[in-house]
Design a protein around this ligand. Sequence first.
Ligand SMILES: [Zn+2]
Length: 404
Amino acid sequence: MIRAYKFLMRPTVGQAQALGEMLRDHCSLYNGALQERRDAYRHPSKTSVKYGMQSAQLKEIRAFDPVCQGRWSFSSQQATLRRLDKAFQAFFRRVKAGGTPGYPRFRGVNRFDTVDFPRDGDGCRWDSTPYDPVTRVRLQGVGHVRVNQHRPVAGRVKTVGVKREGRKWFVVLTAEQERPEPLAPTGSAVGIDLGIANFIADSNGGFVPNPRHGRTAAAKLEAAQQALSRFPRVRRDKRTGNHRRAVEKVAKLHGKVRRKRLDHAHKTALSPVREHDFIAHENLRIRNMSRSVSPRPDPEQSGAFLPNGAAAKAGLNRSIMDAGWGVFLTILTSKAESAGREVIAVDPRNTSRTCPECGHVAKENRPTREKFHCVNCGHQDHADTVGATNVLRAGLARRNAHQG
Ligand SMILES: [Zn+2]
């Protein structure tokens, strides 16, 4: 199964200039090769120039023009020649079919927007700085370019492409994911509640506690960030040795959190996917939107709020937790997809306040964080289990609505 990903790149000024030059040179290669084919075609002998002949000239072209053509990837240049070849093949196909096709055209430098690298590792390298929390892609002649990787890439990266859209630059990847055998149906469904004390709780009463590494990492990160914040904000090359080490420490901790989070998500996602055909979970985006921030009013002064260090710390804990859930749900969904399982995200509102026995909705149903006790019918259970049960119900209702 081939999947495509598109991420925004954040090149430096110098890199953006190099990217522009890369497009310009590939464009002139394309037009030069087109010119050659055109001249040959118009010659009385009606010679046709093939891709193989043009590709064989590349070595000379690069040697002849080391400042421009010579600095780019050989393979990406071959890909550009192949693109021209495709245009010609389509042209000749239409001629044969008796149509009146347009002859392949020259491209203006502003209309030539992509460069392809047919194989990761050949003139380009996806995730070229794997130990840094910032993702980068290395492109020959350009350098390590920062990438805004907003979601994980599953599988092995096969091809890398660079695309210009307006003033923005994107990296486009294709990745091959192995398609494992779909698992045998179990006839079972489950709901999942994402929590703070418990990382997840399921509708069968199962719990996965929040990993300890999250909390220790938050404490260490906070200390490292605080140490870093004591240094003045100066340019990278003006930093002292201690400053540089502080930056490295924060980056290293971020990387560590990321790896542990991924590992934990993979392990946690295994059993729900193995055991159930249908998995319902809370929609994290809706939940984050509806979550209100509770301010701390200053008792001395009405309308004022206390500055609170605990809030900042809670914020860091919070963001680490949020990222953990996000990664978990992404991995759960992709594992479920390849196993032939169904996953549905449901609106989490009221899932923690609704009684699964009688349907009574009240804030008072939940006297403490952990306890659920229905004020209407007296039903009691762990609050997270109740939440997961309601998530499952909502998920099944949604599925039935779609099927009916
Ligand atoms: Zn009830």
